[in-house]
Design a protein around this ligand. Sequence first.
Ligand SMILES: NC(=O)c1ccc[n+]([C@@H]2O[C@H](COP(=O)([O-])OP(=O)(O)OC[C@H]3O[C@@H](n4cnc5c(N)ncnc54)[C@H](O)[C@@H]3O)[C@@H](O)[C@H]2O)c1
Length: 426
Amino acid sequence: MFKAVTVVGLGKIGLPLAAVFASNGLQVYGADINNRVVNSVNRGESHVRNEPGLEELLKKTQKNGKLVATTNTAEAVSKSDVVIVIVPLLIKDNNEINYSFIDSAVVDIGKGIKKGTLVIFETTLPTGDTRNRFGKKLEEISGLSLGTDFFLAYSPERVYSNRIIEDLKNYPKVVGGLNEQSLKIASSFYQEALKCNLIKVSSLETAEFAKVAECVYRDVNIALANELAEFADKKNINMLEVIKASNSQPFSNLHFPGIGVGGHCIPVYPYFFINNGLKNGIITLSREINDNMSDYAIGKIESAIGSLKSKNVLILGLSFRENVKETTKSTTLLLINQLKIKQANIFLNDPLFTHTEIKSYNVSPLSLDDEIISKIDVVILQAFHNQYQSLDFNKFTSCKIVLDGRNSLNKKIINQLGIRYEGIGN
Ligand SMILES: NC(=O)c1ccc[n+]([C@@H]2O[C@H](COP(=O)([O-])OP(=O)(O)OC[C@H]3O[C@@H](n4cnc5c(N)ncnc54)[C@H](O)[C@@H]3O)[C@@H](O)[C@H]2O)c1
């Protein structure tokens, strides 16, 4: 029923989305400003790693011509009846939003839309932006009237990296429309393109708010787990055991404590509320608690072995979380800052990054087969990549302490080697 769809932004989320739409029979144009991304998609290759099923879908849909990538967004949009926007907002160091990428995408879309086009925003947004910022801009650029000439909807992307294709099938799609017609077209689009269940909400703003609320819930819940974990450490209680026991009661859903919360979602989206008039309370405090966990972890190491001055400290994982190449708000960035203040020698390993990429953070890259391993005094696990599951601590002959920031390593094996093990609440 739908002639064609343009997906604007072929990143970690946009590319799997485009491939799934195409595999469900739609003609898909993928628009991206990055030539390298466009060329690889047009060769049927994925630049997104560790996404089960994506490579196969891309190969198939590139071969049968259902997915075509381009740098010309306006032209692709002019050939489509639906446009999906999945270009990120960036966040500045002071937690203000930088709209430059998405604003520029909206200008290109405005040049291509025509009567009848439906534009759906999927990027997580502050409440009101779809209507007030982007809807108005699209009207201004296209000269068309919003709600009568062209349509507008919002449907947050809630998938989890490393299982996106699966999540797109299983998660219900929350959809809000500018008006009845917008909601109707958006709903039938998702039914055809994703074949998933829908949750239709009464406005664009409700759908926008729901996504941020979901992320805030997780941030606050993790902060609670972190606060309890610190107290459990004091009381010499294993927080992981507590969580298992507590969560056997159906109303309890304690999350897991850890060394920090990173990425461009959970630590960022609370500011979409905080910066827009939310009262100063539990959400702001949770951000502080979660950002202080790296301090807490370093404090634990110092209490165990004393000053870190001139000590060789190896951080495992530059990515904010396991198996995803993404450094936005990674806890490792906080660890690096603090370890610099402590005058430690900082080494960093991450199998997803090249040594040149790691060097750009002003730390020494280290391969796990490097001889310097035997001179490392402290290991901090920040992102538990698959490669670390088989990490051999025998090689760390001078290591005094392993700080397991994700409570994922084998405490017993580490202790047997005479190395002290510390987790977070563990
Ligand atoms: N990554 C996640 O885990 C996740 C999960 C749920 C939702 N989201 C949402 O998805 C959004 C996108 O995230 P991502 O991880 O795919 O980002 P990403 O950085 O991997 O990809 C963004 C893509 O957009 C392209 N782009 C930038 N400006 C453009 C423009 N003007 N026109 C066309 N393309 C442009 C970039 O070249 C890049 O390929 C996030 O902002 C978030 O709202 C992300």
